[in-house]
Write a protein that binds this ligand. Structure first.
Ligand code: ADP
Length: 203
């Protein structure tokens, strides 16, 4: 192939992030929820998405349901697979953020290492860490999916909070304890944090 075949004129370049952001009238941002199973990550993510959508802001939730069943359906729960799970989520999330979309990730992401990897892939200026700090006792009492009972009886091994560690984030951008605050209060404090960061025009 001739050398010149690799030279592309500038007008054929892909449009950039700011083109997308201007089109949407919002800035892309990753809102990364971390916390124990049953702490309320998905519930708050869904309520937050509705509130942002109602204000004309485009969002995308990434959670276990749409990630583990698709792009990550070949991954298990070994340490290596958990890391690869988060790496792919962060890479996919980055594509959404680069498209100007408010991206909301709801994954346990139990260690500093995993959260730091996600933040460095996405870029720390585009990454908000939200720690859903609901105590283990409350999460276990809720036992939404019956997983804690299975973890206690040994049916599930390496379950975060029971038989695998959860490292409390050092400096989250926001901490929400859903045993104290209801969903509305959690969402309203999230909106206070997020809205100033994603506004371009008067929305
Ligand atoms: P996670 O995604 O962290 O595993 P879920 O959102 O699936 O957690 O489950 C949290 C459970 O806690 C839901 O059944 C939800 O209705 C309940 N819950 C009670 N109070 C709150 C609250 N203030 N915020 C979020 N969830 C709450």
């Amino acid at each position: 192939m001739e050398e010149t075949n690799h030279i592309y004129p500038i007008f054929e370049r892909m449009l950039g992030r700011s083109d997308k952001e201007n089109l949407l009238g919002q800035r892309g941002l990753m809102i990364w929820f971390t916390g124990l199973s049953g702490s309320g990550k998905s519930t708050i993510a869904i309520a937050l998405e509705r509130e942002l959508h109602r204000r004309g802001l485009l969002c995308r939730i990434l959670d276990g349901d749409n990630i583990r069943s698709g792009i990550n359906n070949n991954l298990g729960f070994s340490e290596e697979d958990r890391k690869e799970n988060i790496r792919r989520i962060a890479e996919v999330g980055k594509l959404f953020v680069d498209t100007g979309i408010i991206t909301i990730a709801a994954f346990i992401s139990p260690s500093d290492e995993l959260r730091e990897m996600a933040s460095s892939i996405i870029g720390k200026d585009d990454f908000l860490e939200v720690y859903v700090s609901t105590p283990l006792e409350e999460c276990e009492k809720r036992d939404v999916k019956g997983l804690y009972a299975k973890a206690r009886s040994g049916v599930i091994k390496n379950f975060t909070g029971v038989s695998a560690p959860f490292e409390v984030p050092h400096k989250p951008d926001l901490t929400l304890d859903t045993s104290v605050w209801d969903v509305e209060r959690c969402v309203s404090s999230l909106l206070d944090l997020i809205l100033p960061k994603i506004r371009i025009k008067n929305i």
